[in-house]
Design a protein around this ligand. Sequence first.
Ligand code: FES
Ligand code: FES
Length: 165
Amino acid sequence: MNLSISLTVNGVRQEVELDDPRVTLLDLLRERLDLTGTKKGCDRGQCGACTVLVDGKRINSCLSLAISNDGADIVTIEGLAKGDEFHPVQAAFIAHDGFQCGFCTPGQIMSAVGLIAEGQAGEDAERIREGMSGNLCRCGAYVGITEAVLEATKAVADANRRKAA
Ligand code: FES
Ligand code: FES
């Protein structure tokens, strides 16, 4: 039995037919919608490589069934930049060289965007490490990642202050 769902991905409405209700959101994004920026690391909720935003909240897309996201608004790494303009978190990762292996980076960036939007990042590295603990980085980039999230937290707060003024 085919099931059809509709969801908005990076601002574009998508109607998708599923031939198997067990398809995960991660596989739907990568294999059906060709959005391969979201990475499959462990495929079991342990590494954070597959992090995306669903209705503004960060989730591990490998643990979420596509069908349970019917009607949801999803943002992946491909949806962050506005044209040629990087999202502040992306810009900060570049500035701090936060992508040594690169594989876990999209999930790290999406998680940081979610963390900052939740107002959980604060302005100290310990809180950021705690808030990002579901995203594993096993290489030397982690120091840069923490610095990037700190800088992006301030950049987003400044931008919000300017908008409110
Ligand atoms: S691939 Fe989803 S948490 Fe590792
Ligand atoms: S950037 Fe991927 S393991 Fe560190």
